[in-house]
Design a protein around this ligand. Sequence first.
Ligand code: KIV
Ligand code: ZN
Length: 416
Amino acid sequence: PYKSFSVVCHQRPNYIPNHIEDPNRIRIFDTTLRDGEQAPGASMTPKQKLDIAHQLAKLGVDIIEVGFPASNKADLDTVKLIAREVGNVAVNDDGRIPVICGLARCHKNDIDKAWEAVKYAKFPRIHIFIATSEIHMKYKLKMSKDEVIEKARSMVAYARSLGCNDVQFSPEDAGRSDREFLYEVLGEAVKAGATTLCIPDTVGYNWPREFGQLIADIKANTSGAENVIISTHCHNDLGLATANTLEGAYSGARQLEVTVNGIGERAGNASLEEVVMTIKSKGELLGGLYTDINTKHIVMASKMVEEYSGLKVQPHKPIVGANAFAHESGIHQDGVLKNKSTYEIMSPEDIGLHRSNESGLTLGKLSGRHALKAKLFELGYNFEGNELNDLFWRFKSVAEMKKVITDDDLITLVSK
Ligand code: KIV
Ligand code: ZN
């Protein structure tokens, strides 16, 4: 569904972020440190943010949105620090330096502060937003459509006048905005110098087909859209953020905004690991799309964000949850023991997960003899025949009382 672009392929190290490269390459824009930090209770210290930014750079994230510099002095200083320390060093495997981005409302002071902070990066970006839905314009901004268009146009132009060559524009609540009005605002933003148009489903209200169509329509109807990158920015209020993001990519978006572990306002944002691993697993079906993320660093990024943000990852969270590669029922364990691909669609090593238990088996009341034997073998015991049978029934009676049987429980059973 996308137009074919002129191709400026993977030139490293003369990487120019705004150049439209291989049309199938997806840019990953991570906003863990900005939108992610907006999750209730998730605030992080400057040192923690710097650590996470380093990890995101290692992961190969293309653009890191590190904060909202006008919101407070600490954010301004942290964005500056990260721009200096992470925005000038190539640490990922193919020598790319990430773009460092700061958020700004359509106010001169916000844009000045954002520029003051990000300009220290080799590739600085200012991300300017203003709401475009009827509800937001009427109740929040108290502005008319014409006033919103004029603000968007003049503030994008102002950011460019400061010397910032990479300006991203977002019509907040685009998912609930009038289409014709959206095309007009976006077209004016492009004319004023925006290089990326981000389309936020701010309240996670769209569903995949609807959001995909929105991206396709914007590409087809916005003046100048063929010269800029279109981005998704999906929230997860209906649990659809990842699906909407992928549908956006399928419809031609070539930048996807995500957060590690999916943290963010309310129900969070599209999760980096889900989006990246789906593209990695199903890129062919998505028309050959791919990212340059080094997925082996995903687990470390997830753990870091979990610890620093204090937001616990639910055990059944796709990709990074504690149970994502654990198998407990007898039928599944038997299958995995015969061949892992029976119940695993990706290898845990692909995301940097090195399980302490090689088999990934978790023993509980649904586990069978095969799993018990394999687990005991991992612990250095080799039980067969009647001995295994006897142990199995004793194991079952303990398992009925406990949710999970640990290695220590098994050792105690054996020693009895
Ligand atoms: O969700 C949203 O609309 C945002 C904007 C600031 C892009 O986070
Ligand atoms: Zn958001």
